[in-house]
Design a binder for this molecule. Structure first.
Ligand code: PLP
Length: 400
């Protein structure tokens, strides 16, 4: 028999991938399918960024780069963290990875031992608990409720922390809810964390530029500078600059942890593609108007989608303050039967039936640890979003 590592046992495939597989199968049968399942900007990478990559390649930046990032990109990251986040990091407190995802992989591999707990607010981006589990970590969930605008409540966080807690993950603006914590929320969270000096903090700020209606994202390492020495501030170019395929993320953090993470990455992937790093540096140092324009487009689409969802009897929907998702509640649809005869007992049942009967791919809230909800990505065209909302209205109206 073929054998696989124990560390993979019991790791579920993310539901995002399962929905994509089902959508592909329907397409293969010739059925039209539209997808609101992917968390990926529909914009192209800015032309000036692509040009910087082109120039870097032609100029011979085609050799192995340093494991922790090219000096040029690390300097651009330091400027960015100072400019946008009021955070000062020296060169040995910064590292560049293959997407924000590898920052998390590096950090957890460098710190987790069997049975260590990782506190993850729900709903969450799927990778935090899955990566933690790969390294023997045990996710512990801190629910963020719709009534609280899906922001993290400090009391709820306090209850989730135990003597075995190694990490607390923060992700605001949040995937999947778009919730943004206020400065006061972050201060309250910091006060809880001060009582647990051995806990590392992962602040995933990858959606920081996608905030709407005057909302502002805050970095905990800046709001509570006494916590900076145990915080990893994670960011990247994927979401803000429409650069998901370039695979560049970065982290600011304490020297010793960054050195340990560099050690992990040196044995896994080495440095990130040198050409992609040149592109990322150009993006970070480039004009901010493109980012602002994209954020305005996401904001407009989000309003359009949320208003359409709120008009559907049986659905609820909080107005996201950031990122590019809507997270409607479908509690009013449970226990009912679709036009096609499927019984809806869960958000998973809902998402599968909605895909099969209406040809619209979404992701059930169960994938993000908070049910019964659906995640719809607004990072797609107005026409597709309008079609999806009309399909959703019809699907829900036809429930018996
Ligand atoms: N953090 C969050 C909350 C995300 O949603 C994603 C991507 O979906 C990432 C990090 C990682 O993105 P990347 O690895 O492309 O930088």
């Amino acid at each position: 028999a073929r054998s696989f590592a124990h560390r993979l046992a019991g790791l579920p495939a993310p539901a995002t991938i399962e929905m994509a597989r089902r959508a592909r199968m329907l397409r293969a049968e010739g059925k039209p399918v539209i997808s609101l399942a992917l968390g990926e900007p529909d914009f192209p990478t800015p032309a000036a960024v692509i040009e910087a990559a082109n120039q870097a390649a032609l100029a011979g930046q085609t050799k192995y780069p340093p494991v922790d990032g090219t000096p040029a990109l690390k300097e651009a990251v330091a400027r960015k963290l100072l400019r946008d986040n009021a955070l000062t990091y020296t060169s040995d407190e910064i590292m560049v990875s293959n997407g924000g995802k590898q920052v998390i992989f590096n950090a957890f591999m460098a710190t987790l031992n069997e049975g260590d707990e990782v506190v993850v607010p729900t709903p969450y981006w799927v990778s935090y608990p899955l990566i933690a589990r790969m390294f023997g970590g045990v996710p512990v969930y801190a629910p963020c409720r719709e009534e609280d605008g899906f922001r993290l409540n400090a009391q709820v966080l306090a209850q989730a922390i135990t003597p075995r807690t190694r990490w607390v993950v923060l992700n605001f603006p949040n995937n999947p809810t778009g919730a943004v914590c206020s400065k006061a929320d972050i201060e309250a969270v910091a006060e809880v964390l001060r009582q647990h000096p051995d806990v590392w903090i992962l602040s995933d700020e990858i959606y920081e530029h996608l905030v709407f209606d005057g909302a502002q994202a805050f970095s905990i390492a800046a709001v509570a500078s006494d916590l900076k020495e145990r915080t990893i501030t994670l960011n990247g170019v994927s979401k803000a600059y429409a650069m998901t395929g370039w695979r560049v993320g970065f982290a600011g953090g304490p020297k010793d942890l960054i050195a340990a993470m560099r050690g992990v990455q040196g044995n896994a992937t080495s440095g990130v593609c040198s050409i992609a790093q040149a592109a990322a540096a150009a993006a970070l140092d480039g004009p901010t108007d493109l980012v602002r324009d994209m954020a305005q487009t996401y904001s407009r689409r989000r309003k359009m989608v949320v208003e359409a969802l709120r008009a559907i009897p049986g659905l609820t929907c909080a107005m996201p303050e950031g990122a590019f998702y809507a997270y409607p509640g479908i509690a009013g649809c449970l226990g009912r039967t679709t036009a096609g005869g499927a019984r809806i007992e869960s958000d998973h049942d809902f998402a599968v039936a909605f895909l099969e009967e209406e040809g619209v791919a979404t992701v059930p809230g169960s994938a993000f640890g908070l049910s019964p909800y659906l995640r719809l990505s607004c990072a797609t065209s107005d026409a597709v979003l309008q079609q999806a909302c009309a399909s959703l209205a019809r699907f829900v109206q036809n429930l018996r």
